[in-house]
Write a protein that binds this ligand. Structure first.
Ligand code: ZN
Length: 368
């Protein structure tokens, strides 16, 4: 099967393929429709869920895609491939269910954006919004250089120079933390965590709680792109390296498993990531192993510039989808997170396929 049959050109095509493959695989399907919003082609937006295997399983393997909208295409390709394979032969042993959650952020996936319908970065939204306070002084300091109101004037050269100067003075990691660690003060900025729990976050955690209700063990892979070397897979955890859950991930995945805590990992430590929500939601299971799968695409600065330009379009530019500039900026973001390169797509999918196999082996190979 060619990768082009798996990597969809747009959200609507991806959704159609997922639902068709789920039906052919005999999956139990639930569609959570996002009301009050439409897609770029005015299509309905939904988070679709396919459940394969026993209703009350011993173990569950969950794979979610598109928490970051535009990053969803490789995860979608993996899910469609798994569903098509399951139609021929069961993916998992008889006591294990496979849960596939497609397009957690359907708005972003359709509109070619990383953020959701409220400009929230969902992977910074999993905090207790009643009690939560998080300061990111680096972001506040650099806010208009990170997410400027104009891209065209000479002043932008000076803004980008401010970012370089900050990195020169404080180090690249400090700049990365300021930009992408998460911020809760600039609603039209990048990596904005929001002031309340978003629809996608609420739905996803409800799905996770249901899945964990009867299961002994749950393994969760949330698929992302945009961090790391091209097509290299990192399996990131927010837990310290010495915790049993991280040690288990290390046994399953080897060196690809990385703890974000106190290390030199592919990503900086982020605030309010899905991990924090999932560990609570999966508390009903005896054992939960959660990883963020990151596939590298382009160099970090290129990815950042594409995000920055897309953010400008959303808040200060002309969002009209027919305008050539709007299309170019969306295409630029898509290319930064889903390179239209056959080799990249094949290698990325192969790496994810391996991780799925390792997860099933891990679930099957150890007593609970
Ligand atoms: Zn992501």
């Amino acid at each position: 099967m060619s990768v082009e049959d798996l990597f969809s050109p747009d959200y609507g095509t991806a959704r159609g393929r997922f639902l068709a493959a789920a039906e052919r695989a005999g999956a139990r399907v639930a569609s959570h429709v996002l009301t009050g919003e439409r897609g770029l082609a005015s299509e309905e937006l939904a988070m679709d869920v396919a459940w394969l295997g026993p209703a009350e399983p011993r173990d569950v393997l969950a794979i979610s895609s598109g928490l970051h909208g535009v990053e969803g295409f490789v995860g979608s390709a993996l899910q469609v491939e798994l569903l098509r394979a399951h139609a021929r032969a069961p993916l998992a042993p008889s006591g294990t269910a496979v849960l596939l959650i497609h397009a957690v952020n359907p708005f972003g996936m359709s509109h070619v954006d990383r953020a959701n319908e409220a400009n929230v970065d969902l992977n910074r939204n999993f905090v207790d919004h009643e009690t939560h306070s998080h300061d990111n002084p680096g972001y506040v300091h650099l806010a208009d250089a990170i997410a400027p109101a104009s891209l065209d004037d000479d002043a932008d050269t000076a803004r980008l120079a401010r970012l370089r100067d900050f990195a020169a003075e404080h180090g690249v990691r400090r700049l990365e933390e300021a930009v992408s660690g998460g911020q809760y003060t600039h609603p039209t900025g990048l990596y904005y965590g929001g002031r309340r729990t978003q629809w996608s976050a609420e739905r996803l955690l409800a799905i996770a709680r249901d899945a964990a209700a009867h299961a002994r063990r749950v393994a969760w892979i949330d698929v992302h792109t945009g961090l790391g070397e091209p097509a290299a897979l990192s399996l990131l955890s927010d837990l310290p390296a010495e915790t049993p859950a991280f040690q288990r991930a290390r046994r399953w995945y080897g060196a690809a498993a990385e703890s974000l805590v106190g290390g030199d990992a592919t990503s900086v430590v982020t605030h309010g990531s899905l991990d924090f929500g999932l560990y609570d939601a999966l508390a009903g299971a005896e054992e939960a192993t959660i990883v963020t799968a990151e596939l590298g695409t382009r160099p970090p600065f290129e990815v950042f510039l594409a995000l920055r330009a897309r953010n400008w379009l959303r808040h200060h530019g002309d969002e009209d989808r027919a305008s050539p500039r709007a299309r170019a900026l969306r295409d630029g973001l898509r290319a930064a997170f889903d390179p239209r390169i056959t080799r990249w797509r094949e290698d990325s999918l192969a790496a994810l396929r391996d991780a799925v196999r390792q997860t099933l082996t891990g679930l099957g190979g150890e007593p609970g």
